[in-house]
Design a protein. Structure first.
Length: 647
């Protein structure tokens, strides 16, 4: 025999290698059949949450998730589904959910009974997921329904004119729109359900995901899942429509193209190539506050109640923070399970011994508003945990009894995005992507936009369903809209409808209530409300007062509009209503909303007449404006003379 330490003769080396390789092949064949690799033996697969989790065989190096979502605690298949019992890539990935937060699969992923079932149910039925208000208003404006409050869901659209309009232009901005590719949130992000807000890429995780899309090298760092919801999560959708994400930061959209924005220090160019100019930020943004600091989880994710419009779902109000009384507080033991969980995740100190302010609108707790040592409301940032001073309303806010139905934003809105007129034209010979299906379709809805203006909002009246009374609020043009070409197949149908005003099929003049998110500390002047015809819904123009000859009669007032009149209804193109008339039809995109009627216009303008000679200083305010009806009865004869016209 050959000694153990003796070298193998060279002539035997090749035959030995052949025999060794053959043995290895037999060994591999023992574990593989013709159909490929078989599932591992059950004893070889790690156990997570009571079941085997074969995902670890390839993804065992994945890190980055918090303890509550750690794969060692909940596995990979809890979120991503698939077949965790197979070692074969194709078999293991059958049924994999790439984006677990998407609404179409959320009940099988985030909404499992051991995870976030209650939240998933609420989110699925929330306005952020369904877009019900967008659908119902659009159908109402197109004349397909009799009310803007009807049902609707952006994931269940028909092929009607109104729904096709949404499918081509608006359908991506809601949580129900599926996200198909894993990627970090940016300015163009849309949809994705739970991941639209709760996926959090670190810089390294973002880079690894970008590398994966290029080289297919598997990331080793998973993005976190948390409640650190920054403003960038809101931006993708809320920089559209009312543009509140833009407004809040002070940016206003223009019609400029990027190549035209040469002075870059004055402009901002978004990823989607829109060009913005700065108009002045909301005071809360200037103080470092996030969207999350005002809006509760129930505002965004729903509370299980079906609402028609977003304004109805929001529970926070200015007076919750800026109050004259101390409010009503609840203890930690009175909090709902979701609020308790959020406080735990944020590691809020002394949370069990703290009292929390209840919302005036709903009575539910606002967990970053607490009772301070002096008994007053104290504010704390939800992510930075920093306190901020809360100012109480000024005396002028409550001194005039007639102002008791004004909302805070009526006087404190700096500016609002205003589009005087939009033209929507159907072009049957063109093709466009249907965002609902992802396919190109025949027939295109195209919008022709007028100039975007940054102006003080118009004032009007809306019914507050929670207060069960009318309030004066801010409005912007929601639908001064010409809809043309619905059944127009003429060769010249590509021309914008304003080039041929007689061609319109549908015309609507509807304004929409808005909270523009451009709050300023200073109040607007009394003159800017009582002497500005545009704020009254009349459009730009000139108001002139005549001589009052009868103390009990009406003030003779004339209004001369600047804008040309629209051929459809005869009103100035920038107006909402007629001068000293009451508009009753097609007034607003919300039930219970309307412009000032004849009597209300007269009341506002009567004060405007007095302001021409009696500025609202403390003396005049006490003598005239806080007791206006009585002051009118006591006015001297010289007050009946013709004053100068407004400028």
């Amino acid at each position: 025999m050959r000694p153990d330490n003796q070298a193998l003769p060279k002539k035997w080396i090749l035959p030995a290698l052949v025999i060794g390789l053959a043995g290895l092949m037999l060994t591999i064949a023992h574990f593989y059949r013709e159909e490929g690799p078989q599932p591992l033996q059950e004893k070889d697969i790690p156990v997570v949450m009571g079941h085997r989790e074969g995902c670890f065989l390839c993804h065992q190096e994945m890190t980055g998730l918090s303890p509550s979502h750690d794969p060692l605690a909940i596995g990979c298949s809890s979120c991503h589904q698939g077949n965790p019992l197979s070692a074969d890539k194709e078999m293991a990935h059958q049924g994999v959910v790439k984006v677990p937060g998407n609404m179409e699969t959320v009940m099988a992923t985030c909404g499992q009974s051991d995870c976030h079932r209650d939240l998933a149910v609420k989110v699925t039925g929330s306005l952020m997921a369904t877009g019900q208000g967008m659908v119902s208003v659009n159908r109402y404006v197109f004349g397909e329904t009799q009310s803007p409050d009807g049902p609707g869901h952006l994931s269940h659209l028909s092929s009607s004119a109104a729904d096709t309009h949404l499918r081509q232009l608006c359908v991506t901005c809601h949580l129900g729109f599926p996200k198909t590719v894993s990627a970090a949130i940016d300015e163009k992000s849309r949809g994705g359900g739970c991941t639209a807000c709760h996926i959090d890429y670190s810089a390294e995780a973002r880079q690894q995901m970008a590398d994966y899309h290029q080289s297919r090298e598997l990331p080793r760092l998973h993005p976190a899942l948390n409640i650190k919801v920054g403003n960038e999560r809101c931006f993708g959708c809320h920089s559209r429509s009312a543009r509140i994400s833009l407004n809040y930061e002070g940016w206003h959209e223009t019609l400029l193209k990027p190549k035209e924005a040469k002075q870059l220090e004055k402009f901002r160019i978004l990823q989607d190539r829109r060009v913005l100019t700065f108009q002045g930020a909301d005071v809360h943004h200037e103080k470092g506050m996030l969207c999350l600091d005002c809006h509760s989880a129930r505002d965004a994710m729903g509370d299980g109640t079906g609402y028609n419009h977003q304004g109805e779902q929001v529970e926070i109000a200015c007076i919750d923070c800026h109050r004259q009384d101390q409010g009503r507080f609840v203890t930690y033991g009175d909090l709902d399970a979701d609020s308790i969980k959020i406080l735990q995740l944020r590691n809020v100190e002394n949370r069990k011994s703290t009292e929390y302010l209840a919302s005036d609108r709903t009575g539910r707790p606002l967990i970053n508003l607490t009772r301070g040592p002096d008994g007053a409301v104290r504010f704390q940032g939800k992510l930075d945990q920093q306190p901020r001073e809360l100012k109480t309303p000024a005396a002028a806010c409550t001194a005039i009894p007639e102002h008791d139905r004004l909302t805070c934003q009526t006087c404190h809105t700096r500016w609002a995005p205003t589009c005087i007129e939009c033209h929507t034209q159907y072009l049957p010979d063109k093709q466009r992507k249907d965002h609902y299906t992802g396919e190109k379709v025949q027939g295109v809805w195209r919008e022709y936009k007028e100039e975007f203006l940054a102006l003080p909002p118009v004032m009007g009246v809306r019914m507050d369903k929670r207060l069960k009374r009318e309030v004066v609020d801010t409005f912007i043009p929601g639908m001064i809209l010409t809809i043309g070409g619905i059944s127009d197949n003429r060769p010249d149908s590509n021309a914008p409808p304003e080039k041929d005003p007689d061609r319109y099929q549908v015309f609507r003049r509807m304004f929409a209530p808005t909270f523009s998110h451009t709050v300023q500390l200073e109040s607007r002047s009394c003159q800017s409300c009582h002497q500005d015809p545009r704020v009254l819904g009349l459009g730009e123009g000139r108001i002139e007062y005549g001589t009052v000859t009868d103390r009990t009669g009406e003030i003779p007032i004339q209004f001369t509009p600047e804008s040309r009149r629209h051929p459809a209804d005869g009103l100035p193109r920038d107006a909402w209503t007629s001068f000293l008339e009451t508009k009753t039809r097609d007034t607003a995109t919300r039930t219970g909303s309307r412009p000032f009627n004849r009597v209300e216009q007269q009341q506002v303008l009567r004060v405007g007449q007095c302001l021409l000679c009696h500025p609202p200083d403390p003396g005049n305010s006490a003598r005239i404006y806080t007791r206006f009806a009585q002051a009118l009865e006591e006015r001297p004869s010289q007050c009946l003379q013709t004053p100068k016209p407004t400028q």
